[in-house]
Ligand binder design. Structure first.
Ligand code: ADE
Ligand code: ZN
Length: 341
């Protein structure tokens, strides 16, 4: 057992109670099979699975695209404002159970508007649940609109136009979906417009795509955070730059395992990232599809990489420091972590 803990149980208890922020969570990826069935029934939608077990058995992926095909199919059960509320509320109660104090949630409006669901329906359902979680659980939140990179930049521009009336509730924009073949440069203009509107900027980069995509996210999109960033490690100059800039990486260990970004959780680069001085954080990405919420992600890497108490505290501190909270809020959470540790 590593420094700072007397046993595996001691470390597990420490992880469970550690105050955390989650910075990389696709709300549509938190749709549990049980809720998928309930919503399919409520909305009279046929789904190609006979049981919850059959759904879970289909969650065997050999790459990102395998997962995305099932993810877009799964979200077809989401139709009404209440559906988006129920989805978001279910995630937030799981996060609360994991001692998550702040969340920055992605949503994929194009996955819904292309099915005829109004942007307003999606955002009102999600934000109502975020407001209720603040009141009931004291969880604060930010909302990040992601553009689907397999679609065109013109479609991203049209989505940003639709978001304009809601900018009071949207804190940032991101870039997700099929990475390889859809570099950040494809979206340089729409991200420049979003930045001009005062929105924070994030992008998935270096999950499956090469280090060059991380460079583009930094240089062309002017990101405030990199989502994933694993393949940055192939480029020592890039690692040095990310460390020098204090750029937060939102790393997702169980996602990386399920999507075969790593072959084995024991080979996960999280500890290497920390040792290189990178501001890595631990997140769940699409927890219903990848087998665990944020607490389970911390636990999996702590066990596989034998993380110390100091490593775990660094990860939790990075999560608040890399969030889009104001300086005063960050200081309050960082003090709570120090008091806990
Ligand atoms: N959309 C949902 N999860 C994603 C991931 N891990 N990478 C890219 N797009 C996604
Ligand atoms: Zn993601």
């Amino acid at each position: 057992m590593h420094d700072g803990f007397t046993s595996a149980q001691d470390r597990a208890a420490f992880i469970a109670g550690l105050p955390k922020a989650e910075l990389h969570l696709h709300i549509e990826g938190s749709l549990e099979p049980e809720l998928m069935f309930e919503l399919a029934q409520r909305n009279g939608i046929a789904i190609p699975f006979a049981s919850v077990d059959e759904v879970r058995a289909a969650y065997a992926f050999s790459n990102l695209q395998d997962f995305l095909d099932i993810y877009y199919q799964g979200m077809a059960v989401l139709l009404t404002e209440r559906d988006f509320y129920d989805l978001t509320a279910a995630y937030l109660s799981r996060a609360h159970a994991d001692h998550v104090r702040h969340v920055e949630i992605f949503f994929d409006p194009q996955g819904h508007t292309e099915r005829g669901v109004a942007f307003e329906t999606v955002i009102t359902g999600i934000t109502r649940a975020l407001d209720d979680a603040q009141a009931q659980h004291g969880i604060s939140s930010k909302l990040i609109l992601c553009f689907l990179r397999h679609l065109s930049e013109a479609e991203a521009e049209a989505t940003l136009d639709e978001a304009l009336p809601w900018l009071g509730r949207i804190d940032g924009v991101g870039l997700d979906s099929s990475e390889v073949g859809h570099p950040p440069s494809k979206f340089a203009r729409v991200f420049a417009r979003a930045k001009g509107l005062g929105l924070k900027i994030v992008a998935h980069a270096g999950e499956e795509g090469p280090p060059e995509y991380v460079h583009e996210a930094l240089d062309l999109l002017k990101v405030d955070r990199i989502d994933h960033g694993n393949r940055s490690l192939e480029d020592p100059a890039l690692v040095a730059r990310l460390a020098a800039e204090g750029m937060t990486l939102t790393v997702c260990p169980l996602s990386n395992l399920k999507l075969c970004v790593v072959d084995d959780i024991a080979a996960h680069p999280l500890k290497t990232m920390l040792d290189a001085g990178l501001a890595a954080t631990v997140n769940s990405d699409d927890p219903s599809y990848f087998g665990g919420y944020v607490g389970a992600n911390y636990q999996a890497v702590a066990d596989a990489l034998d993380l110390s108490k100091a490593d775990l505290v660094t990860l939790a501190r990075n999560s608040f420091a890399g969030s889009f909270l104001g300086a005063e809020e960050k200081a309050k959470h960082l003090a709570a972590i120090d008091a806990y540790a």
